[in-house]
Design a protein around this ligand. Structure first.
Ligand SMILES: Nc1nc2c(c(=O)[nH]1)N[C@H]1C(S)=C(S)[C@@H](COP(=O)(O)OP(=O)(O)OC[C@H]3O[C@@H](n4cnc5c(=O)[nH]c(N)nc54)[C@H](O)[C@@H]3O)O[C@H]1N2
Ligand SMILES: Nc1nc2c(c(=O)[nH]1)N[C@H]1C(S)=C(S)[C@@H](COP(=O)(O)OP(=O)(O)OC[C@H]3O[C@@H](n4cnc5c(=O)[nH]c(N)nc54)[C@H](O)[C@@H]3O)O[C@H]1N2
Ligand code: SF4
Ligand SMILES: [Mo]
Length: 693
């Protein structure tokens, strides 16, 4: 028997981007474990990826190309050869492109976060074709836009510093489920005497383990941040020197914060005046003592109308108290902007050659698949190529998404590991390789290491890497430039900008051998200012926002759907619903892995005892959740983890594996955030009733 150990990287959409060691015995991956030497992974994987081999060798893996034989959505397919599959696709795309290539739409997201299997050859192909562009907004673009206006880019506190913080505010995140290796650091800080505060409408696994939990109403975070500013200013808990040297617009900010008395803040957020005042005091006093005061702001605050502004308002706080001076102080939203990637080399937007490209927002795919040609919209979408994504399960306003994908005149190709909800609508379904079967390189949005993924095993069945499919399609389309024949290693070698001081040491061959390499970065990114904004300062006042038609100062933008902001809707649908990630799934990935699905059990809805009682719902009853957009059922868990007026349905279930063939996105809306054109998954009013089985 030959046994080898292969260095790999977790491909999933998770900030931790763990370094993996794959044990391979006679060509079979027998163990997937965390690299003990990688500083953030530290030998530990989450329960999901510890089961990556189970997912890879799953009996339901797609192993051959298939064509649809039943109705769209029915999921009936018949095996075909790769030649037939690729010839069919190339013929359809040529036919559509001859009329208007913009009628063709790639739909992809972060099924893999790899730069090679994510977007490299795929976008070269679509750029050359002149297809529509996809605005990839489904996750992070509201917050990253708000953060960018304030700080200048997605750079923040290094997660390896957090154990030295004395105060950690976990703001809209549930790291025990979604950012495990950060939680390890936060726990270490706790052991060393730090105080942990969670700000979350739901008593999540994480909030439950923090010293304090502030359960504000969903979508009211910027009001809370403004209230904190009010108290910091009123009680002079400020770092005047830092403000003078490294910030812009303090006088204007003072005016705005003055409007947000603790009383008004408490009323808006549905919390107590003491909670507002004490939060500000603890934060300001910690920084004034010279202790590291750190904020981990996550995605939970962004999925509402004012999501971009919420992140912006929170991102102003560290500069007010000078928390950036300490390596373990400051704030982290995402570390992705620290990586000097070279995406233009991988994706070649220049291949568009000046042709106008229509852009479609992935968040509004429901509406957009149902639109006819028009001068504003451009051509009706005639073909969708889906890879690294499962839009039928994960996109909002799902009823419309399904109607769109069910169109008989739509040609749909899905490249997948499994027959997902989206795959059921494919005309041609192609088997894709998993991370164990292909090469890739990864950045991270949680840590600061460049990562390599070596292929550990041969592709399963006839599975092919995304890049390979686009190489083969390019050949059939007659794209004969050598760039369409570059190998995955050749692509990976171009992934970073080696002229950038942070990545000058990048060398693909050595990265493949070592598995990971840290970027060259200082311990504290903004201790001496140096923000990447136009002014080089932390911008409390942003002229760029004004130019973009936004309020230049932090502001509170109420949700579209809340009792306070829309009383009429609130009378009909009085409960706010959020649907954050379940611990044992990764978005909709892993729902079909039996051991993980049984850990989640079935779709649940957490509902407060008073809200349940008012509806005659008992713990364990089936509940029907509905609004004007749709309806789904889940088993009620009567619990005060959900504050009164809030219901929580952990997500994202595969519809076909859920109780009634539906999931939480039946009721979520396609309305977009204040900035970044992002979804508002957690800005949803519903009513709930007992479901007669
Ligand atoms: N196990 C697991 N890990 C994951 C994922 C997964 O599906 N499963 N998904 C990955 C992806 S793609 C992402 S984007 C991240 C997301 O992970 P996080 O950044 O942690 O974000 P969410 O889980 O969306 O929300 C976190 C918390 O925000 C709370 N929240 C909801 N609305 C609000 C609000 O208005 N204000 C505040 N303050 N809190 C609110 C929720 O109750 C939840 O507990 O996790 C990644 N990691
Ligand atoms: N209600 C609700 N909806 C949500 C969210 C929520 O919190 N609540 N979260 C939102 C967020 S933050 C995100 S990021 C999105 C995520 O949405 P998606 O990015 O669509 O994530 P997944 O559902 O995990 O689907 C990814 C698919 O890619 C496939 N895949 C993985 N690797 C490869 C590969 O190498 N090649 C190919 N061809 N396929 C591959 C996987 O098998 C999987 O089916 O969902 C969003 N939707
Ligand atoms: S999903 Fe996240 S925590 Fe789990 S192995 Fe991957 S990177 Fe690590
Ligand atoms: Mo996400």
């Amino acid at each position: 028997m030959t046994t080898t150990q292969v260095r790999a990287t977790c491909p999933h959409d998770c900030p931790d981007t763990c370094a993996l060691l794959i044990t391979v015995e006679d060509g079979v991956a027998t163990e997937v474990k965390g690299d003990p030497d990688h500083p953030t992974t530290a030998g530990v994987l989450c329960t999901k990826v510890a089961r990556y081999a189970e997912r890879t060798y799953h009996v339901e893996r797609l192993l051959h190309p298939m064509k649809r034989v039943g109705k769209k959505g029915e999921g009936k397919f018949e095996r075909i050869s790769w030649d037939e599959a690729l010839d069919t696709i190339a013929a359809r795309l040529k036919d559509i492109a001859a009329r208007d290539p913009q009628a063709i739409l790639p739909y992809s997201y972060c099924g893999t976060m790899g730069m090679v299997q994510g977007e490299s050859m795929s976008l070269r192909f679509f750029h050359q074709l002149g297809a529509s562009l996809l605005d990839r907004t489904i996750c992070a673009s509201a917050g990253s836009t708000g953060y960018k206006y304030t700080i200048g880019g997605s750079i923040g506190t290094d997660m390896e510093q957090f154990q030295d913080a004395k105060l950690i505010i976990i703001w809209g995140g549930n790291p025990i489920a979604s950012n495990l290796h950060f939680w390890t650091r936060a726990q270490e800080a706790k052991r060393r005497g730090a105080k942990l505060i969670a700000i979350d409408p739901y008593r999540s696994l994480t909030a439950d383990k923090c010293h304090q939990h502030i359960a504000l109403l969903p979508g009211t975070d910027s009001a809370l941040a403004l209230g904190v500013m009010h108290v910091l200013i009123r009680e002079n808990l400020l770092d005047h020197d830092y403000i003078a040297q490294h910030t812009l617009g303090f006088e204007q900010l003072k005016g705005r914060a003055a409007e947000w008395t603790p009383e008004r803040t408490a009323e808006t957020c549905g919390i107590t005046v003491d909670e507002v005042v004490n939060l500000a005091r603890e934060y300001g006093q910690a920084a004034a003592r010279g202790d590291a005061a750190a904020i981990r702001v996550n995605y939970g605050v962004q999925r509402v109308r004012g999501g971009g502004m919420a992140v912006r308002a929170i991102a102003c706080l560290p500069a007010l108290v000078g928390a950036w001076r300490h390596p373990a102080g400051g704030i982290q939203l995402s570390s992705s902007g620290t990586f000097p990637t070279n995406k233009p080399a991988l994706q070649r937007p220049d291949l568009l050659n000046g042709r106008p490209a229509r852009t479609i927002n992935m968040t509004t795919i429901g509406d957009d698949l149902l639109k006819d040609s028009s001068p504003e919209f451009g051509p009706k979408v005639e073909a969708v190529i889906v890879y690294n994504a499962n839009p039928v399960a994960i996109a909002p306003d799902s009823g419309k998404v399904m109607r769109g994908f069910a169109r008989d005149d739509l040609f749909t190709v899905v490249m997948e590991h499994f027959q997902t909800d989206t795959a059921d609508y494919a005309d041609i379904l192609l088997p894709a390789t998993t991370q164990l079967e292909h090469v890739d390189t990864h950045t991270s949005y949680g840590h600061l290491y460049m990562m390599a993924n070596n292929a550990a095993i041969a592709p399963m069945g006839e599975a092919r890497a995304n890049t390979e499919v686009f190489r083969l399609l390019a050949a059939r389309m007659g794209f004969d430039d050598p760039i369409f024949r570059e190998t995955d290693d050749e692509l990976a070698a171009q992934a970073y900008d080696k002229s950038h001081p942070r990545a000058m040491h990048f060398d693909w061959e050595s990265l493949k051998r070592t598995g990971w390499q840290k970027l060259n970065v200082p311990a504290a990114p903004f201790a001496e200012g140096g923000f990447m904004t136009p002014s080089g300062k932390c911008e409390f006042y942003s002229s760029a926002m004004l130019a973009d038609g936004l309020d230049p100062l932090p502001a509170y933008i109420p949700p579209y759907e809340s009792i306070a902001s829309n009383p009429q809707l609130g009378a009909k649908y009085p409960l706010a619903m959020i649907s954050p990630p379940a611990r044992n799934f990764l978005n909709s990935s892993f729902v079909n892995v039996k051991s993980l699905r049984s850990a989640e059990g079935e779709p649940h809805l957490d509902i407060h005892p008073l809200d349940a009682a008012a509806r005659g719902i008992l713990d364990g009853d089936m509940a029907r959740i509905f609004n004007d957009r749709g309806t789904f059922v889940a088993r009620a868990r009567v619990t005060d983890k959900a504050r009164q007026g809030l219901v929580v349905g952990l997500s994202v279930w595969w519809k076909k594996l859920a109780t009634d063939g539906k999931n939480a996105n039946e009721v979520t809306s396609q309305r977009l955030t204040d900035m970044g054109r992002a979804p508002t998954f957690y800005d949803t009013l519903v009513e709930v009733e007992k479901h007669a089985a």
